[in-house]
Design a protein around this ligand. Structure first.
Ligand code: ATP
Length: 387
């Protein structure tokens, strides 16, 4: 990765150690000017540490951080053209909304009249016109979040760093603020780097996202690419949920023991007794419903495959959930999906030479296979790294 001024932020071989803890290792990343870019990963995966190195609150142990092509080694936060919105907002409770927003400008010795105008503009941008004289403790959580945003925007930074800014808000408000943040980013055109552990949020908001695991990057790409083409079992399990299929089951289904992943919603699942019309290029299997979990808009099925192994499938509830023909555990089913939706996972060991016979599983001799199937809602995501 070279030094490129069209990139607002570049991390080159960046690592960070805290004593014996390796928080970030060998991260290479370029964020383009004007992008909405998310750092997504589980707790402790190094997202905030990377953000803090960009902001200047931490210095890398190795590698270089470039802002607009300039190496910022050693330069303090106030000397970087970035601003940070923290999860806890870090507002001054004894100052009014207007004084909070103006604070950074005052430090920079911007004149009073200019400060007032810019603060009013920033408050209008976050739809808080007229709130300038309110105290912070007279605001709701969502309004405080907006003040924190206005306080960062008023400095007109090239890059805005947002560290789980919506984490303290309830779901409805969070969804509303997600839309607001997208609107504001489109209006001001500055680069947003957004830290979240919420995959839906990252998929909904980002132009591109980077998936972190244990201090390193697993994948960087646009949401659809990361979701549809996960580069590793970790990404398949963390960004959405997925069937990760390995070993014997992979061989039975695809005719090769290369590990692969397929998303539950790509599977078509019908009662075995129903008429079906097999299409070309499909992978097919038979089994029995083990569990059917009604989730409102969809139902999630875990299917025990004939001969061993399991798959998770998701069906939209086009009729009401209770009349779902597959809702009864024990129902015999056929499962099929277009093999174009398979994503082979790189680096996965191929155990044996692939057999040429790719007969569907319901016709094949069966060994016990293994899947790392998608977790149910509320369960921990699978962690193929085993940590
Ligand atoms: P979260 O979503 O929980 O904020 P994160 O992905 O942002 O997590 P980091 O805060 O970057 O993760 O932490 C990465 C690792 O570095 C963790 O193991 C954490 O305990 C460790 N770490 C972070 N800051 C320090 C510090 N100041 N001293 C020691 N270890 C630290």
């Amino acid at each position: 990765m070279g030094e490129d001024a069209t990139n607002d932020v570049e991390l080159i071989d960046v690592g960070k150690r805290f004593g014996s803890v390796i928080a970030v290792a060998q991260v290479n990343l370029a964020v383009r000017a004007g992008e909405f870019f998310s750092f997504l990963g589980p707790s402790g995966s190094g997202k905030t540490t990377c953000l803090r190195m960009i902001a200047g609150f931490e210095q890398p142990s190795e590698g270089r951080v470039l802002l607009q092509g300039r190496d910022v080694a050693g330069s303090p936060p106030y000397d970087r053209d970035v601003n940070t919105v923290f999860q806890d907002y870090a507002l001054f409770p004894h100052l009014s909304v207007g004084e909070n927003v103006e604070y950074g400008l005052k430090v920079k010795r911007v004149g009073r009249a200019d400060r007032r105008t810019r603060a009013a503009d920033a408050l209008a941008m976050v739809r808080l016109d007229g709130y300038g004289s309110r105290r912070i403790n007279q605001l709701s959580g969502g309004q405080r979040q907006r003040v924190a945003l206005a306080r960062a925007l008023v400095n007109r930074p090239k890059v805005l760093l947002l560290d789980e800014p919506l984490g303290a808000l309830d779901l409805k408000l969070r969804e509303e603020m997600q839309g607001e943040l997208k609107r504001i980013q489109a209006e001001v055109g500055i680069t947003f780097i957004y830290v979240t552990h919420d995959q839906d949020e990252a998929l909904a908001m980002s132009d591109r996202l980077a998936v972190f695991s244990e201090g390193h990057l697993e994948q960087v790409g646009p949401p659809a690419e990361v979701y549809e083409r996960p580069a590793s079992a970790f990404v398949a399990g963390f960004v959405g949920t997925s069937n990760v299929i390995t070993d014997d089951l992979a061989r039975r289904l695809r005719g090769s023991s290369e590990a692969f992943t397929v998303r539950p919603e790509k599977l078509r699942c019908v009662p075995a007794a129903a008429a079906h019309d097999p299409a070309d290029g499909e992978i097919r299997a038979t089994g029995r419903i083990r569990t059917a979990v009604y989730l409102g808009e969809r139902t999630r099925f875990t299917i025990d495959l004939d001969g061993g192994g399991e798959l998770v499938a998701v069906e939209q509830n086009r009729s009401d959930g209770e009349s779902q023909p597959l809702a009864t555990p024990g129902t015999s089913v056929r499962v099929a999906w277009d093999r174009r939706f398979d994503q082979v996972l790189p680096g996965a060991p191929a155990l044996d030479p692939a057999p040429t016979d790719t007969a569907p599983i319901d016709a094949a001799p069966i060994d016990e296979g293994s899947t790392n199937a998608a977790p149910s809602e509320g369960e921990a995501c699978p962690d193929p790294a085993g940590s």
